[in-house]
Ligand binder design. Sequence first.
Ligand SMILES: [Cu+2]
Length: 229
Amino acid sequence: MGRLVRRAALVVAFLFLIILILSNASGQAVTPGREAQDRLFALVLTLALIIGVVVEGLLIAAIILFRRKKEFHLPSRVKTGDRRLEFIWTALPVVVIAILAGATISTLQATDTIPEGNVYIEVSAQQWLWEFVYPDGNTSQGLLRVQANEVVILNITSRDVIHSVFIPAFGLKVDAVPGRVNQYWFKAEQVGEYQIQCAEYCGVGHYGMLASLEVFAEGSQSLPYGPAD
Ligand SMILES: [Cu+2]
């Protein structure tokens, strides 16, 4: 049995290593919000893998070790309960759930607390395009341009039906609801081009309701937002 435990520990350690490699291979997160989400995801994945391996390992070990042999006799004394065991399998899940709850609450605080910012951009959804209105009154359709490392606050609404702003690279998805303004934020930390798409089925043109998000370098433009001048 000692050897079995050692092997199980080895498997768990190996999985840990894979997760570490995977979490680093996914590259640098592009916003603080995405970073916080990635950390939570890695934690949930790690715990789920450990629990999965331990539970399935015990199940398979029990099937093999206690399988019915040719000469089968029911033991003279069958154990029907074990206080210590029951305490362990009650307390351990409570601890795991408490860890997940704590990590989730702190992640939500990190992602949903809107920091101080100067760049407020109105995002208007309609069938089937995105319009962006910058603080100076300039507008653009299908293209959002913002400066890197700038806190950008989006005021999101819709002119017709419910849409949803989805920026997969940032882990950002907020509904655009007619008659309502949903506020959300991001801080793009890397220059690049990202995709914005609608994530709420809004009619036949839904598939093509796309826009680009261009993040330009600090100092490359006089304004921290909007079309190039
Ligand atoms: Cu839409």
